[in-house]
Design a protein. Sequence first.
Length: 457
Amino acid sequence: MKPKYSTQFKLKVVRYFLDGHAGQGGTAQHFGVSRTHAIRWIQLYLHHGEEALRPRSRSRSLMYSPEFKREVVTYALNHPETSARLAARFGIASHNTVDNWLKQFRLKGYSAFCPTQPERSVSMPVNPDKPRKENDKTPEELLEELEYLRAENDYLKTLQGILLEKKPAGAAEKAAAVNLLRTQHRLPLLLKAAQLARSTFFYHLARLQIPDKYAEVKALMLRLFSEHRSLYGYRRLNELLRQCGYRHSGKTILKLMKALSLECPVRRKKYCSYRGGANPTVANLLQRNFVASAPEEKWVTDVTEFRVGEDKYYLSVIMDLYNDEIVAWEGSKKATASLIDGMLKKAFSHLSSLSRVLLHSDQGWHYQRPYYRRQLAEKGIQQSMSRKGNCLDNAMIENFFGHLKTEMFYLKKFQSVSELSTAIGEYIDFWNHKRIKMGLGGLSPVEYRTQNQNKLT
């Protein structure tokens, strides 16, 4: 095969450089050849003369003894020269051959050049029609594959630590994981494992350097979320932030909550407490009108059930519809009449002498008892009952039970009934004094009643 560059052309390049017309790079540019070719020709001429620039037979140029290889490698280790200069100094056909010898030395040392079989040509003919087997890989390819697998393994572990929840990783999370591993693995391998473009990585890396404009708001959100038992969604959390002087849209707060993995409990299905038959003697005076203009105008009551291991616990409460405040509550292991009577006794202690309350309940047997109805009549309380089997007529108290179970009972495994009773008392105190309601202007029930007490008087 005819060589690409003739001997006369190579001599012309070398003499142009030796005459001082230009440096190595300028000479290469002047003759339109690569810098590597120009350096090689110049070094060959300096070390071996004009004869080294003449084309050699292919079989001779590709055969090197093990002793010669060891000599080249030893010289390379002791003299910091480029592969092109080393190839020219020792008359080697290509600088890539020197690079391959150095790689073999790093893998196996000088034993890589021991003749274990008859010396063969460096460049073996390959049959393109014959498929290559998976295990027919060179040591360099196996080493590169091992390096990639290690990088991929570390990347996946790091990415899992960055993701706070099980969701597909975005480009930002991938870039953060790659950035953490840059000192341990080569960047091209990490980008390949992450399936991330180099430009995308550096774009997100630059964004990481930008200060977070929501850093102060995020810190406050974490504190407020923790102070309110991790129960608030983005609406109530946004209201608390407004009270602290931070004004943001609801979508912004929702986005920040997702970024911080702040999630309020999901409401479960409501518990139906209907028992017993209808009582036509008591009308539904409330008629689902859950709005009251003053305290002690409309009360609602009901009983709900909890299970703690093999035991049951029943809770009876009375709520004032003016501000959704829990007026009285009583708990017991059995749903007896004394449960309702004890709650009524506590509620009566809050009544003023001039109040005339409407007390609404379902048609449970304990609300149909003559003693219960007589107690209400003596205090001047009007009794109202829901229609048969219709829990929506008493939706406000059912709503409270839903919040109580979702925000307290379902979040913890209680070991005893007494532990549950203590937790219920703490939650009701939290509900009355601290838990804000959007319908009350972002105030708790007690705060709302206190603020409006002067207006009412």
